[in-house]
Design a protein around this ligand. Structure first.
Ligand SMILES: C[S@@+](CC[C@H](N)C(=O)[O-])C[C@H]1O[C@@H](n2cnc3c(N)ncnc32)[C@H](O)[C@@H]1O
Length: 473
């Protein structure tokens, strides 16, 4: 296609990664519902409107036998991501310039996982329709698609803030000027004032997270030309017209949307989740869609975690107490508490759940922990090494990021990790799989940083950060 500059070329959207889109997490949700899902290690993954494709590049570094494709309309973003993928030597990811309106008709499939993050509520109706047409056409029979969007009714409050911001910069064309005026307004607006009514207090509270946004995200998300939040029902009705059905939400905090339990009929599931949205003023969804007629199980049963792995996101803070993500949960089952403690110590490794999730009660406890954000469920073991191999090999993406001077490196666990100090950066650059321990000792000493930390301790540190690959993969 002929490449044309877009608003995303004028003001770059911040590159980021979205762990909740990782196929091993999506497959775990499908398996919780009793559905088979494509093996994440071998999957064909598509990201629609993926910007610079960093999300796909990060997954490609972790899963070398899976294949990834990200496309986007903005040539500048695509060129940036393609450069990084090439510098990392990743042959299993493609980042291309394509218009979704064309791709909906012409892109060849099938794909096992299709991710659409941060697009659906910010484009015209015709692009929303094309999104679902594309997914409906190229999603594999057992595939899963992830579509995120700002949701009703919570977004009505954000809409009020958006209107205020746009009013404030009416007639100001320069992007940087628009941003600096809007940030100045928000700085003042979020401060509570004497006599605030509950409604105004709610609006100030809504503006708080908007003030924290990266400028490029605020510029496009809250101040872009189109802001069209959707209700869950609007999305699932539109998806149904393209041969797609609701599975669940990918956010662990909404896991019961698709698992209401009891004798609920399939056509009641979305209605109940929608009612919940009204009660909770939900403002964001990460809706998972599958092919219709697959009859997902809508409640937990014994054995539903048998083929899953658990990654800990919490630490033991008392005999049965675990704390993470600002939440604490009390576990009265001592065997489960021991298991969670082990998982916390071995993190970021993932532990197989089959030996511990032996009863329905245990499954329910573990899903409650996932719902609280204290553990993460995966359908595959971690793709990175818990201990360094003979010739330690670090993530090719992290090494390429070091080479280009980036401080926030992406781990194989899809986390952003700040590595600013020259010593750790120099050590990481040595982990290219060519050096045995003796070679590492030698070159680390020669780097001028060798006195900072012994090689064994540095390797443990990088393994703990989810930065090392298994040598024999
Ligand atoms: C808000 S950004 C989201 C980027 C990325 N998915 C993320 O969440 O970080 C929206 C992206 O959609 C892309 N986009 C908008 N319309 C498009 C179209 N018709 N075809 C392909 N990409 C499109 C933009 O270029 C932009 O990169």
């Amino acid at each position: 296609m002929t490449e044309q500059p877009t608003p995303y070329d004028a003001v770059a959207y911040p590159a980021w990664i979205y762990p909740e889109t990782e196929p091993s997490r999506l497959a775990a949700i499908a398996r919780l519902h009793g559905l088979a899902a494509p093996d994440p290690a071998m999957a064909r993954v598509l990201e629609v409107a993926g910007g610079d494709g960093l999300n796909m590049v990060a997954m490609a570094a972790a899963w070398p036998r899976a294949r990834f494709h990200s496309f986007d309309l903005a040539p500048t973003a695509v060129a940036r991501g393609a450069r990084l993928a090439e510098a990392a030597g990743l042959g299993n990811v493609r980042i291309t310039v394509d218009d979704l309106l064309d791709a909906a008709e012409t892109l060849a499939g099938p794909y096992d996982y299709i991710i659409v993050h941060g697009l659906y509520a910010w484009v015209p109706e015709v692009v929303r329709e094309a999104t679902l047409r594309l997914i409906g056409r190229v999603l594999a029979p057992q595939g899963i698609s992830f579509v995120s969007y700002n949701a009703k009714p919570g977004s009505y409050l954000r809409n009020a803030i958006r209107d205020m911001l746009l009013h404030h910069v009416e007639g100001v064309a320069d992007p940087q000027e628009r941003l600096s005026r809007v940030f100045a307004l928000l700085e003042d607006y979020v401060q509570p004032k004497p006599g605030d009514s509950p409604a105004v207090a709610a609006l100030r509270w809504t503006a708080g997270p908007i003030l924290q946004r990266m400028p490029g995200a605020l510029f496009h998300d809250e101040m872009g030309d189109i802001y069209a939040p959707q209700s869950l029902t609007e999305v699932t009705d539109a998806a149904a017209r393209h041969g797609l059905a609701f599975l669940n939400d990918a956010s662990p905090f909404m896991i019961y949307d698709g698992l209401p339990g009891g004798e609920v009929a399939e056509d009641e599931v979305v209605r109940l989740a929608q009612a919940d949205d009204y009660r909770a003023a939900t403002f964001f969804h990460q809706t998972l869609l599958v092919r219709p007629g697959r009859a997902p199980r809508r409640g937990l049963v014994a054995g539903c975690l048998d083929d899953l792995w658990l990654g800990a996101a919490a630490q033991r803070t008392g005999p049965g107490e675990f704390t993470g993500s600002g939440r604490s949960v009390e576990i009265s089952d001592p065997d489960l508490a021991e298991f969670l403690d082990l998982a916390a110590q071995r993190s970021p490794e993932r532990l197989a759940l089959r030996p511990i999730a032996t009863t329905l009660e245990r499954c329910e406890d573990i899903v409650r922990l996932a719902n609280a954000g204290l553990v993460v469920l995966h359908a595959a073991p971690a793709p990175f090494a818990a201990v360094a191999g003979e010739r330690p090999l670090a993530s090719p993406l992290a090494r390429a990021q070091v080479a280009e001077g980036t401080v926030g490196l992406i781990s194989l666990d899809l986390k952003g990790v700040a590595f600013a100090d020259p010593g750790p950066r120099a050590f990481l650059a040595l982990l290219d799989g060519t050096r045995d321990r003796a070679g590492l000792e030698r070159d680390w000493a020669a780097s001028g940083h060798g006195h900072e930390v012994p090689v064994a301790a540095a390797l443990d540190h990088f393994a703990k950060a989810g930065m090392l690959l298994d040598a024999d993969r």
